[in-house]
Design a protein around this ligand. Structure first.
Ligand code: FAD
Length: 496
């Protein structure tokens, strides 16, 4: 691999983007240094939904949805243990101005795109048969399903729809209701997966509890970078020199841009979802999404199930997930949009109980409008929240943005959706190659095209179960949230 072994890359931020880029670069043999101020990797803003088709977003272009599908399949193949392999049910309420029929042309395009991905590589068949990527249900079918006995281990879309049909108020919905193979995504399991993937590389140096304080470009040394960092346990700062700098600092990406001296427009949005507890006696639920206009009191409701009766809720209204002062812009003086202090305080020190419980209760009420029996769910005084970066000034953007500055050996990865991170890593690798910074030999093709990730041969589901439950506990969440209802590998194995 020639010079590659000697090259050092510094990655700032150990969220999904930084961790995934680190795995990709370490697999290529680069000396990879990743710095994360939190106590574990991937402990920032959450993810609960793998956007394998972008169907949550009716407003985005079809091509973005197709990109999200492809990116989600790639990321699922890198992190299969992080997936909860249950579908999502999308329903349009009667009061909504749009019809569910509007979504069908796009679903057909997505089905064709999925078929083409499988034709290219059979291992892409991770969402089941293309013909079962989505299914439409009219009222009569749902009423029939609602009378059936729930399956202990649902595997078909019909089986998943049984409890949904029993709980949803069908009189408030337009038809068809749509079930799509958009799976769940578990942040604790993703964090555990990234931890084990990086652990296997001697050339991956992971610094957690480590704050990057400054970066300096050393022009005299062919644009090498000096990273000044401070570990929580130490009084003094330390410095290392790297050949290439990657900024993956999430909503704080602008702070590093300011240090580097590049001007960038972006927005940052503070958003939150709430953890609740509710015992369903009608079997395992799929994720349920009731569409609505963002920012209005009728904004989308999203109910995401976890094992043991825990549910995460998003409600796209200003009294639940959104905040009237939660979306901020960069300006001509700084590339870092400034969130109000109270949200920074929530992110760094936790959220005070009173408003957290009040928003959680409003989230329960929001879901109960369409699932009346959910109204006895309990708040558990916890939430998954954070600042989300949106490059540019289009707040509906849902895909990745990688910016490469080849003349200064600097790159920045900003992902509105966590599923885009492998794609971002690929763009960075491609740029490193084309700048002749690294040479990739034939044996690296495997990693390049994501056919086979080495760590998956060594790590078992039970290892992830253990680590993810510990991470959930350490972060103050119910231990069961480290598990999934339907493990993808088990499902795939049982069908093969
Ligand atoms: C409420 C909510 C729900 C979401 N749901 C989904 C979903 O269902 N599906 C989905 O795909 N996406 C979802 N997202 C978006 C997703 O969370 C982000 O796309 C993703 O986390 C971005 O990853 P990242 O690595 O770019 O940034 P981050 O995850 O923010 O990582 C950046 C890291 O950099 C570290 N850092 C920053 N500055 C420094 C420094 N100076 N020194 C050291 N470390 C530093 C931070 O501590 C952080 O860990 C959601 C976001 C929110 C807010």
């Amino acid at each position: 691999m020639g010079n590659t072994m000697k090259k050092r890359v510094g990655i700032l931020g150990g969220g999904t983007a930084g961790s995934t880029i680190a795995i990709r670069l370490a697999a290529l043999g680069l000396e990879t240094f990743i710095f994360e101020k939190n106590a574990s990797l991937i402990n920032g803003p959450p993810m609960c939904h793998l956007h394998a088709g972008g169907n949550l977003y009716r407003e985005i272009p079809d091509q973005d949805c197709i990109n999200l599908l492809q990116q989600s399949i790639d990321i699922l193949r890198l992190y299969p243990f992080s997936i909860d392999a249950r579908p999502t049910v999308f329903a349009v309420p009667i009061r909504d101005n749009n019809s569910p029929l509007d979504l069908i042309p796009r679903l057909n395009k997505l089905t064709n795109a999925y078929r083409e991905l499988i034709d290219k590589d059979h291992n892409n068949k991770v969402l089941g048969e293309p013909s079962e990527y989505y299914k439409l249900y009219d009222k009569k079918q749902l009423l029939e399903l609602s009378k059936k006995q729930p399956a202990a281990h649902p595997s078909t879309l019909d089986e998943w729809l049984i409890p949904a049909a029993k709980y949803m108020d069908l009189n408030k919905l337009q038809f068809p209701v749509i079930a799509v193979k958009e799976y769940g995504w578990n942040i604790f399991r993703l964090s555990a997966s990234a931890h084990f993937a990086l652990e296997q590389y001697k050339n991956a140096h992971v610094f957690i509890n480590t704050n990057v304080k400054q970066v300096l470009n050393n022009n005299l040394q062919q644009n090498k970078w000096l990273i000044e960092y401070q570990q929580d346990t130490k009084q003094n700062t330390e410095t290392i020199e790297v050949d290439y700098l990657i900024n993956a600092c999430g909503f704080r990406t602008g702070e590093i841009d300011d240090m580097v001296g590049v001007e960038v427009n972006r927005m940052v949005e503070f958003k939150s979802s709430y953890i609740t507890s509710w015992q369903s006696n009608e079997g395992l639920l799929p994720e349920i999404v009731i569409y609505g206009e963002r920012g209005t009191p009728q904004g989308m409701a999203q109910l995401t199930p976890y094992p043991n009766g825990y549910f995460q809720i998003h409600g796209m209204t200003e009294s639940i997930t959104l905040f009237n002062d939660g979306l901020v812009d960069s300006n001509k003086h700084t590339s870092q949009p400034k969130l109000p202090k109270k949200y920074i305080n929530y992110i760094e020190n936790g959220w005070e109980s009173e408003s957290l419980i009040s928003r959680s209760q409003q989230a329960i009420n929001h879901v109960s409008e369409f699932m009346p029996r959910f109204n006895n769910a309990k708040t558990v005084n916890n939430a998954l929240y954070g600042g989300q970066q949106i490059p540019g000034n289009d707040e509906t953007l849902r895909v990745t943005n990688v910016q490469i500055y080849p003349e200064i050996n600097y790159a920045r990865a900003e992902n509105v959706k966590a599923s885009s991170t492998l794609n971002a890593a690929d763009e960075i690798v491609y740029s490193l190659q084309t700048n002749l910074f690294i040479a990739i030999d034939a044996s690296d093709e495997e990693n390049r095209f994501h056919h086979n990730w080495k760590y998956l041969k060594q790590v078992k589901q039970s290892t992830i179960d253990k680590k993810a439950q510990q991470l959930a506990l350490d972060r103050g969440f119910p231990v069961n949230m480290g598990l999934v209802n339907c493990n993808l590998n088990e499902l795939t194995l049982s069908k093969s």
